[in-house]
Design a protein around this ligand. Structure first.
Ligand code: ZN
Ligand code: FE
Length: 257
């Protein structure tokens, strides 16, 4: 399974999954249709699936046009998103599985950004592969999604599921927010040498307009303040010893950053 990253709008990424053997493709969160259609054509593939993480328009905006062009394709999304994702046919719950390109994705229910948000995790099948996580607007490189429909406790539980994945899992998040996220992070975890190094690398990459996605779970665990609610530095930055409270206060500070 080959993953292609398609930058659209001001800072969104669409991900196209390509099965070279079967000449088919699936798309994660098509904000727009045209860039997806172009990439699918250039691969000589047929689009067979849309994997949506949640209902926001910058994630489902291209659904209808893709369905019109490929009427056979299947649209997957979270069970709780029923009625909110255009063309949705498959209603996924925690623990469900979805097959593509000889790989099987596990579904994680990760409410917080929205009440219905799901993530798709393709574990590695064999030693040469890495796991691939498509987490929409739940976990970002250096940050996490805003809490539009969920509570801090829900988001911590959601992020904890992702934090438990193997360190080499690639994190394909839906936005290029990394630099701004790390500029916030350095203010609350400034003594963290891994974070200092990462901020330098990301500044350099962005100054050359290079993408910072995918990240990995290992990098996020070391540098993302929104996965570090139980670390002393972050708890003291949030002025509490409670993990959920730490997360909630950091998220509040980031909202105003
Ligand atoms: Zn969103
Ligand atoms: Fe988004």
């Amino acid at each position: 399974m080959q993953v292609y990253r398609i930058p659209v709008l001001s800072d969104n990424y669409i991900f196209l999954l390509h099965d070279r053997d079967r000449h088919i493709a699936a798309v994660v969160d098509p904000a727009q249709a045209e860039p997806v259609l172009q990439q699918v054509r250039s691969l000589g593939a047929e689009l067979t699936a849309i994997f949506n993480t949640h209902h926001h328009s910058d994630h489902v905006g291209g659904n209808q046009e893709l369905i019109d062009r490929y009427p056979q394709l299947k649209v997957y999304g979270g069970a709780e998103d029923r009625g909110r994702i255009p063309g949705q046919q498959v209603f996924l719950r925690s623990g469900d599985r979805v097959n593509f390109a000889g790989r099987t994705a596990e579904i994680f229910f990760v409410p917080g950004h929205t009440k219905a948000h799901i993530a798709y995790y393709f574990p590695a099948n064999n030693p040469g592969e890495t796991g691939e996580l498509f987490c929409g607007d739940t976990l970002f490189a250096g940050g996490c999604g805003r809490l539009f429909e969920g509570t801090p406790a829900q988001m911590v539980a959601s992020l904890e599921q992702l934090r438990n994945l193997p360190d080499n899992t690639r994190v394909w998040c839906a936005h290029e927010y990394t630099l701004k996220n790390l500029q916030f992070a350095i203010g609350v975890d400034g003594d963290n040498p891994d974070l200092q190094r990462r901020l330098g690398e990301v500044k350099e990459a962005r100054s050359r307009s290079q993408p910072t996605v995918p990240s990995s779970i290992g990098i996020e665990k070391k540098t993302n303040p929104f996965l570090r609610w139980d670390f002393p530095n972050l708890q003291s930055a949030a002025n509490t010893h409670d993990s959920v409270q730490t997360f909630a206060r950091l998220r509040g500070m980031k909202d105003r950053f």
